[in-house]
Every structure is written in structure tokens, then in C-alpha cells.
Design a protein around this ligand. Structure first.
Ligand SMILES: C[S@@+](CC[C@H](N)C(=O)[O-])C[C@H]1O[C@@H](n2cnc3c(N)ncnc32)[C@H](O)[C@@H]1O
Length: 206
């Protein structure tokens, strides 16, 4: 009789590896910031528009990395607003904080937080939550989304989570994650016309 070994996924080990890889890649990811900003810049602006991020807004950025989009958000919300850039890899957040200081932005704060464990944040403390190409790294996207939906305040403007990253939209719309799928397809549906209106055809694979 032969034994069939079932592959098992160890979420905790995956997270340890993910963190270590991003810690090691911090410098490189930071260096590529302008390229990524250029690549995802328009989608990022759409994400901000959809999340109704404007002056005075309190924004939670999940899996913020080296903070390229957090800094754009901080500029948008202005001195009366606030951005909390969170990530599992502190080496990336150090780059985000340094860039914010260089840019003279005092409304951007960073904190090492696992995007699947946002309970550490006070409820109702944000007007909007954003994440750009972040959710794909979360082993339990349902849990992450439940936490993210809890993070914005009850008076928050419009939708609570938009992930404009192409990869996230694709992966989040898997049938295993119905709530993620709903959020992602809502964002995709809405982002398409917005991009089209801006004179750019929405790419068919987004
Ligand atoms: C592709 S980078 C995107 C960074 C940034 N949002 C951007 O668009 O430049 C993915 C990020 O997800 C972060 N990440 C992965 N797993 C995470 C987790 N469980 N909680 C928080 N951040 C996580 C990584 O450290 C990395 O910074």
C-alpha cells in the first residue's frame, strides 16, 4: 500500500520567509521606487480617487513597502490629514520614513504591522484603507480583509479597501476568496471606466 503525501501549506513559515525576503530586498525595492511609481502611478491615483482620499483624510496603507504610494497619499491629504504606512518588513518602512522626511512631510508615520493582524490598531481610526500589490502576499486574505474593513471609521468615505495592483486584482478575485473577489471586481469595474475617461484604455488583463 502506498501513502500519498498531501502537500501542506505552513502560513506561519511562509510569513517568516516573506518577511526575510522583503527585508533583504529593501534596498533594491526602494531603488526601483521611481520605476514602480511610473508603472503604477495612474492606477494609484485611481485607487486614491475611488477611496475618496482628499485633504484631511486619515489613510491606512497596508503592505506599504518603501512608501512610494504612501508619500503620494500624504501629499494628497495635506497637513490636516495623516497616513500610516504599515508593512511586515521594517527595513522598507525605514526607507519610507526617510523619504518622507526628505520631502518635508510630517503627516506620514510608519509602523511594522502584519496586514493580517490589524487588531493592534484602534477601531474607527481611518477614513480609508489602501493597499497596492500587497494582498497577494497574505496567506489568509479573508482574515486580512475582515481586519481592513474594521480599520476604517464608521464615518469613512465610500469604500474601505481598494487594491489597484494588477497582480492583487487578479489573485484576489479567486473563487476561494469571495469577499476579496467582490472587492477586487468592484475596484476593477470602477477603475476601468475611470482610466478610460482619462484617455487611457484600461488594460484587458487588469
Ligand atoms: C510588491 S511590495 C508592494 C509595496 C508597496 N505597496 C508598493 O506598491 O510599492 C509587497 C509588500 O508587501 C509586504 N508584505 C508581505 N506580506 C505582508 C504581511 N503579511 N503584512 C504586511 N505587509 C506584508 C512586503 O513586505 C512588501 O513591502
Amino acid at each position: 500500500m502506498s501513502t500519498v503525501l498531501q502537500p501542506s501549506f505552513d502560513a506561519a513559515a511562509f510569513k517568516v520567509t516573506t518577511r526575510a525576503q522583503w527585508q533583504a530586498a529593501a534596498d533594491a525595492w526602494h531603488r526601483w521606487g521611481p520605476f514602480v511609481g511610473n508603472w503604477l502611478g495612474e492606477a494609484t491615483e485611481v485607487m486614491f480617487d475611488l477611496a475618496r482620499i482628499g485633504p484631511g483624510c486619515r489613510v491606512l496603507d497596508i503592505a506599504a513597502g518603501a512608501g512610494e504610494q504612501s508619500i503620494s497619499a500624504a501629499r494628497r491629504v495635506g497637513t490636516k490629514g495623516h497616513v500610516l504606512a504599515t508593512d511586515i518588513a521594517p527595513a522598507l518602512l525605514e526607507r519610507a520614513a526617510a523619504d518622507a522626511r526628505k520631502a518635508g512631510l510630517s503627516n506620514l508615520e510608519t509602523r511594522e504591522i502584519d496586514g493580517e493582524a490589524l487588531d493592534a490598531l484602534p477601531a474607527a481610526s481611518f477614513d480609508a484603507a489602501i493597499s497596492r500589490v500587497g494582498l497577494i502576499y497574505f496567506p489568509d486574505q479573508q482574515r486580512a480583509l475582515a481586519g481592513i474593513c474594521r480599520a476604517p471609521g464608521r464615518q469613512s468615505r465610500g469604500h474601505r479597501l481598494f487594491d489597484a495592483g494588477k497582480q492583487s486584482l487578479l489573485l484576489d478575485s479567486g473563487q476561494d476568496h469571495p469577499r476579496a473577489g467582490t472587492t477586487a471586481s468592484t475596484a476593477a469595474r470602477t477603475a476601468g471606466p475611470v482610466l478610460a475617461r482619462r484617455g487611457r484604455r484600461a488594460r484587458s488583463d487588469v
